[in-house]
Design a protein around this ligand. Structure first.
Ligand SMILES: [Zn+2]
Length: 158
């Protein structure tokens, strides 16, 4: 059965997930399944709440970051992250998302960003360091707790 994506080795970044068919904007590309809940952050963990981290099962953990991604995050009924297409994706395109859509801060990516997009930020940053204009573009495609944390910390600063 064709899931619509598969693991391939990309020359720049090692392993990546690639589309095997086209997806329309808004379509669910990958369905998230929580494999394990964690007590603290880990280099391969996904943040799903202010202090909640999980491992996602299967290929979803292999999706690479891009500063100009074609997918975003949508929470499904299990609390896991689905990847949904922000824009149309064509077959053979690499599936990417922005780590800032999921992590408030990024603790485990100190090195330069390798995404190669024209609007690369240079360094992989979390939501708290994302420019406002990008946050607007990602509206509807980020983990909801990030927005809650923005409100909370803005209120604390005021
Ligand atoms: Zn980048």
């Amino acid at each position: 059965m064709d899931d619509g994506f598969e693991l391939r080795v990309s020359d720049r970044k090692g392993e990546g997930i690639f589309a095997t068919r086209s997806f329309k904007a808004g379509e669910t590309v990958m369905v998230g399944v929580i494999e394990k809940r964690l007590k603290k952050n880990h280099s391969h963990a996904s943040q799903i709440g202010e202090n909640e981290y999980v491992f996602h099962a299967g290929s979803i953990s292999k999706v690479n970051h891009s500063c100009n991604p074609n997918c975003g995050i949508r929470i499904n009924e299990t609390g896991a992250h689905d990847f949904a297409a922000i824009r149309e994706i064509i077959a053979d395109e690499e599936i990417t998302f922005d780590y800032a859509m999921r992590n408030y801060g990024v603790d485990y990516f100190p090195k330069e960003c390798m995404c190669g997009s024209e609007i690369c930020r240079g360094k992989v940053t979390g939501w708290k360091d994302l420019p406002e204009a990008r946050k607007t573009i990602y509206e509807g495609f980020v983990a909801p707790y990030l927005l809650e944390m923005d409100i909370k910390y803005c209120a604390e600063q005021a």
